[in-house]
Write a protein that binds this ligand. Structure first.
Ligand code: AMP
Length: 416
């Protein structure tokens, strides 16, 4: 079932949203992007004449009630965006009456699901090495099922629109789906868009396909790099991992970030690219700094010959040109991870060159997906988020999807 094919008139929909928004010390929302992201789905349900039961987690309360992480703090904002009064259930396991009395057009928000350990379904306070761990896990899984069943009992339709947690098999993201038949469970619009964007990258590829992987370390990106190796034409590796490659090739990298224990892995990636016919593009020059600071002294040098006491913090001019020339003719583009320490204004040039080239390619008809944490912050910093095809909201979930893993939140509904 898809959300567009379902008429919610007279139905009660329980919707898993990602309302895990950042709050300041007074409980004010500092960025409401995630709430806004869920609105198309929520408005569709209300305008059809359905009622809404909203459930989410916030932060990491580790199975205990923590007023600082109460979703009551965001109730007003949700109500403002929906143009409706939002009722609040202080205890997500005791919302029977509120849910039963909910009328079409009304909205009920449940308290933070993670106040109960059953939501995540992991035994708390017991180490994996403890002999009693397996039994505790089994017991917790049974409790998780009951918890999910209780949530399911509040409604007759289940919608999952929380892509950010789709890579977790939690009560509200996956287990609950077992209590609805296929005609009464579906992905929300945000989830549909994210899944489609990943399909564009992994299935409906137009060529040339260029993936740009940056960020600090090769070790955290290895799963994706290896999965992409079978798919891409060009693979640009940039950011901090540049120096692990330079070191593996016998270069001198000074104080640059470098994973000494991953030099073999770097060589393996290079050999694999050659074997698969992938054009592996690594930086040749960098902007090196004499301190990890925006105000450090800088010089442009080869990534293979960085002076002692200096560290590469951004891509150099030759590299930026090479990256742009590789990206611009592409028809499918994935960008994850900055090409330098973009948080410092003086080291944004590499990431900026990548962003500009992606925008240009997108104008020429490419599909471009930017996602996974810091590259999103990067396009936002440059004000270019509206000029790429899709900016993903789902950090970890997006990366796992691109690694080729099945997301439990999607599988629970689509049965894949
Ligand atoms: P990741 O979370 O692995 O995607 O890494 C993102 C972080 O990598 C950002 O905070 C960047 O500042 C950092 N980064 C990018 N290039 C470098 C570099 N050359 N040296 C140190 N950190 C870097």
């Amino acid at each position: 079932m898809t959300i567009d094919d379902f008429n919610f008139k007279g139905h009660k929909a329980i919707v898993r949203v990602d309302f895990n928004v950042p709050l300041d010390e007074n409980g004010n929302i500092t960025d409401d992007t995630r709430i806004r992201g869920a609105l198309p789905t929520l408005k569709k349900i209300l305008s059809d004449g359905g009622s809404l039961i909203l459930m989410s987690h916030m932060g990491k309360p580790k199975g205990k009630v923590n007023p600082k992480l109460s979703l009551s703090q965001i109730k007003e904002t949700v109500g403002k965006y929906l143009g409706a009064d939002v009722q609040f259930a202080n205890d997500c396991m005791a919302a029977d009456d509120l849910a039963a009395n909910l009328q079409p057009g009304q909205v009920l928000l449940l308290e933070n699901l993670r106040f109960y350990p059953e939501e995540e379904g992991k035994p708390m306070g017991i180490e994996k090495t403890d002999p009693a761990y397996d039994a505790a896990k089994k017991e917790m899984k049974a409790r998780q099922k009951d918890f999910a069943q209780k949530l399911a009992s509040y409604a007759d339709v289940y919608v999952n629109d929380a892509f950010g947690t789709a890579h977790r098999r939690h009560a509200s993201t996956a287990v609950i789906a077992d209590f609805f038949d296929t005609d009464h469970k579906m992905l929300g619009y945000l989830m549909e868009k994210e899944v489609k964007a990943v399909d564009n990258i992994l299935k409906d590829i137009r060529r040339p396909f260029t993936a740009i992987m940056g960020g600090s370390k090769v070790s955290t990106k290895i799963g994706i790099i290896m999965n992409l190796m079978d798919k891409v034409d060009n693979l640009i590796l940039c950011g901090g991992m540049t120096y692990t490659f330079a070191r593996a090739m016998g270069g001198k990298v000074g104080n640059s970030i470098c994973e000494e224990d991953k030099l073999d892995l770097a060589l393996e990636i290079m050999a694999k690219a050659k074997e698969k016919g992938v054009n592996l593009v690594l930086g040749s020059d960098c902007v090196a700094a004499d301190a990890f600071s925006n105000d450090a002294n800088t010089q442009v040098c080869s990534v293979m010959d960085i002076p002692e006491g200096w560290e590469g913090l951004d891509a150099g001019p030759e590299t930026r040109k090479l990256f742009a020339e590789t990206i611009e003719p592409s028809k499918t583009i994935l960008w994850n991870g900055p090409a330098g320490v973009f948080e410092f204004d003086n080291f944004t040039a590499g990431s900026r060159a990548i962003a500009d080239a992606i925008v240009k390619a997108t104008k020429n008809g490419a599909f471009s997906l930017v996602g996974g944490g810091d590259s999103v912050a990067c396009v936002n910093k440059f004000g270019l988020a509206d000029e790429v095809s899709y900016v993903s909201t789902g950090g970890g979930a997006l990366l796992e999807a691109i690694e080729g893993k099945v997301l439990p939140g999607v599988a629970a509904i689509k049965g894949e």
